[in-house]
Design a protein around this ligand. Structure first.
Ligand code: SF4
Length: 237
């Protein structure tokens, strides 16, 4: 069992210039208990490349909400073809989706924050809980420059909700760093990024943003900013 005391020691040893080295260390420290959750966005594709190209013992998992863009499925397919490695897919429970859509229709998330959180809970948070079960280290593509409320983020943080160490290897990378890495290493990426989409989630809840707009302006744009979180990353709540 891991505990939160580990986090400060891990942060002291963090090496911002060597994300692959940090991933290697976590793979060996948390043998078989490290998992990376990818949304298939550009920073996540960088991490997938680092894990697969270096044969690291870190599970790569994605949450297929059932409402993703066709372009997202295409980048997943190209990634499977390039690396020949498995991306584990977690889908929502059929009965929960059926019940919600039968009761409220297929677009209930536009009607209220509660409905939207219910949908995210069923399609994302519950499958995430299953994906993280038994894990001790959760790798994510969070970066400080993605959003104002990520500025106090660290390489390693304790996730009290899931009781594990959360590890953000690209913490100080800019979007341009990610774009350069993807280009230099011929990593498949979602073509929606070329059309102004920065953070890419479910199709009905994501849109392109204008230059200068906040990273999350393209997500749940009909809601008050303070309510924008989906329950995956609890420090944003
Ligand atoms: Fe549902 Fe939208 Fe949340 Fe996706 S982002 S799970 S469609 S509310």
């Amino acid at each position: 069992m891991v505990d939160q005391n580990l986090v400060s020691d891990l942060n002291k040893l963090a090496d911002a210039a060597n994300p692959v080295g940090m991933l290697e260390k976590m793979a060996s420290q948390f043998k078989g208990k490290a998992v990376f959750t990818t949304s298939l966005g550009i920073e996540d594709q960088v991490i997938t490349d680092m894990i697969f190209s270096n044969n690291l013992d870190i599970r790569v998992v994605t949450l297929d909400t059932g409402r993703l863009f066709e372009e997202t499925y295409k980048v997943m397919n190209r990634t499977l073809d390039k690396y020949g490695k498995a991306i584990e897919v977690y889908s929502p429970k059929n009965d929960a989706v059926e019940k919600m859509v039968t009761a409220k229709g297929p677009l209930s998330f536009y009607l209220s924050v509660e409905n939207r959180k219910e949908c995210c809970g069923i399609r994302k948070v519950e499958p995430l809980g299953r994906a993280l079960q038994g894990m001790e280290c959760w790798v994510t593509g969070l970066r400080v420059s993605q959003s104002d409320n990520r500025h106090d983020l660290d390489f390693f943080v304790w996730d009290a909700g899931f009781q594990l160490v959360k590890f953000n290897p690209l913490l100080h990378w800019s979007l341009e760093d990610c774009q350069k890495y993807v280009k230099d290493n011929n990593v498949p990426y979602n073509v929606l990024h070329d059309r102004g989409f920065v953070s890419i989630g479910c199709a009905p809840c994501t849109r392109a943003i204008q230059p200068g707009e906040d990273f999350r302006a393209g997500r749940w744009w009909w809601e008050d900013n303070s309510k924008k979180e989906c329950g995956l990353h609890t420090h944003e709540e």
